[in-house]
Design a protein around this ligand. Sequence first.
Ligand code: PGA
Length: 251
Amino acid sequence: MIPMSKKLIAGNWKMNGTLADLLEVSAIAAAAEDAKADAVLCPPATLIDRAVSATRGTRLRIGAQDCHANTSGAHTGDISAEMLADLGAAYVILGHSERRVDHGETSRTVAAKALAARRAGLNAIICVGETEGERAGGTTLAVVEEQLRTSIPEGASAANTTVAYEPVWAIGSGRVPTNEEIAEVHAALRAALSSRFGSEATGIRLLYGGSVKPSNAGSIFSIAGVDGALVGGASLKASDFAAILSAASGT
Ligand code: PGA
């Protein structure tokens, strides 16, 4: 496997953040200027426009947390990939386990959204991950490989796709798989990407997500095959985000 040039740290603010938090966005952008890793911040949709303005000319890219599969139409409350691109977003998280559970999203829905993201020029951060029961039952690799196969449409490349391995039980729980467990899943996902997309898959970054914090980031980034992180809780504070960025810069 050819090593990725730079790690990617993507912050997922989930349903957190109001206008007052734009100061935190600017502080994260300032931290990203000095980092050797790339940085993306996905605030709630209500802050994307302001966050893009606040970070213009910096290295911090702004992303969204979901999009609709269609360009426009009668879909009350939804936001299209084109609308996000229109605001200056560059990424969109798709298939996060909270959306799969809260909104009944299937991998087929995620694949349709990924095509929409590509159509609009966004890079889709596609999430996969096993539940605690699936890990206990020994089906982790089968589950994540199936999610990967059905959530990512044909024609994926580094320009349009990023993958995040997020064990559902590790999200927001403070619990993290062992380094060996993360390495095993990343190796399986990398092999699946390579066999399906060939050389086009080489640059697709494979992030780990689930309770990444300043205290464990260095260890996680030392695992072979981990190209960065998708960070929830610890992305809310610029000081934590900066510490994770600097841990990623050193590896
Ligand atoms: P967490 O969330 O870092 O708070 O565990 C990660 C995620 O849901 O992307």
